[in-house]
Design a protein around this ligand. Structure first.
Ligand code: ZN
Length: 337
């Protein structure tokens, strides 16, 4: 094989290798192989002594042409890779941004906001009270007798200095009434505390929303209408409500309210224990003794009150069957809301 044939062979090899190059790293490798100090082209130059004297000039010329061609091809390709590399770095504002996890409101916060929004539409303002209460506001002002079992250490958390972690949001009622005159129409959201064994159905703290309406000539049917409207707006317009007589120290008469099971439409399912109904809240007409404790004249004003458990309502609506998951801050659970 003549040295001229060798040039032809090197050109063929280069072309097929060049076509396969797919990265800047590979183009550098190729450059070293053919154009490096000990590369294939340099090797051919070093063999010029073997070429017949009359052919040396042409040999050198062809070799230089080849060398320049390879240099220009390699440089061109190298430039292409540099440009695409530049495009992929952080200065290219046309690239999509990095994705990251967005924060969202806790499902309980969402539920509270939704409920308060509904009561707001029904004409209720929002009131707040302290979580550490006095015995008077938590029990006494609400007509709990001295020996009522709810005052037992077993059920209530006491703080040093005779404070109580409020067991319900009802003390916000009497706190508000001592500072304001009727008419009053408020809802009071907040955390309440019970000394209970923790299980899927009960936790040592939960959220309540208390409602209070005081004016002249408030009727039980207004209470019913308010709760009926609230349930339809929260659970859906098809639900029905049912009152059952009950007892609370601070209301007379008192009732517990059931809502028709919105999961099975009242036919009966696992969640409603095949009854077609779900217990959701307690309510009643404000007991005259409560009005007396805040200096109102029960002959002149009357009103209704209600209290609902936010967790229970939210769990029913969202299909959650263990209250503890609402307090575990499991990111995979929270991401769903
Ligand atoms: Zn059901």
């Amino acid at each position: 094989m003549s040295i001229f044939d060798e040039i032809g062979k090197i050109v063929d090899n280069f072309n097929s290798e060049f076509d396969k190059v797919n990265s800047q790293e590979k183009i550098v490798e190729l450059k070293n192989k053919y154009l490096g100090r000990k590369g294939l082209i340099a090797n051919l130059f070093s063999q010029i002594g073997k070429v017949e004297a009359q052919d040396r000039k042409e040999f050198g010329k062809s070799l230089n042409l080849l060398k320049n061609e390879l240099i220009s091809k390699i440089d061109k390709k190298n430039k292409q890779f540099s440009i695409s590399e530049e495009k992929s770095n952080k200065n290219d504002y046309s690239l999509p941004g990095y994705s990251f996890n967005k924060g969202s409101q806790h499902p309980l916060t969402q539920a509270i906001d939704e409920m308060l929004d509904i009561f707001n539409h029904l004409g209720f303002d929002i009131a707040y009270g302290p979580e550490v209460e006095t015995d008077w506001f938590n029990f006494g002002s609400l007509n709990f007798p001295e020996n009522h079992p709810a005052r037992d250490m077993q059920d209530t958390f006491y703080t040093e200095g005779n404070g109580i972690l409020r067991t319900h949001t009802s003390p916000v009622q009497t706190r508000f009434m001592t500072k304001n005159k009727p008419p009053i129409r408020i809802v009071a959201p907040g955390r309440v505390y019970r000394n209970e064994a923790i299980s899927a159905r009960s936790y040592c703290l939960f959220n309540q929303i208390e409602g209070l309406y005081v004016d002249e000539n408030v009727t039980f049917s207004e209470l019913r209408g308010t709760l009926d409207m609230f349930c339809k707006m929260y659970f859906g317009s098809d639900v029905k409500i049912k009152f059952r007589t009950s007892y609370f120290p601070f209301t007379e008469p008192s009732a517990e309210v059931d809502v028709s099971c919105f999961l099975c439409g009242g036919k009966g399912c696992r969640v409603c224990k095949n009854t077609g109904w779900l217990e959701i809240l307690g309510c009643g007409m404000v007991d005259p003794n409560v009005f007396k404790s805040v200096g109102y004249d029960p002959e002149k004003v009357n009103g209704f009150a209600f209290g609902l458990g936010v967790e229970r309502m939210a769990m029913l609506k969202l299909g959650i069957n263990d209250i503890r998951i609402l307090y575990e801050n499991d990111i995979e659970f929270l991401k769903q809301f």
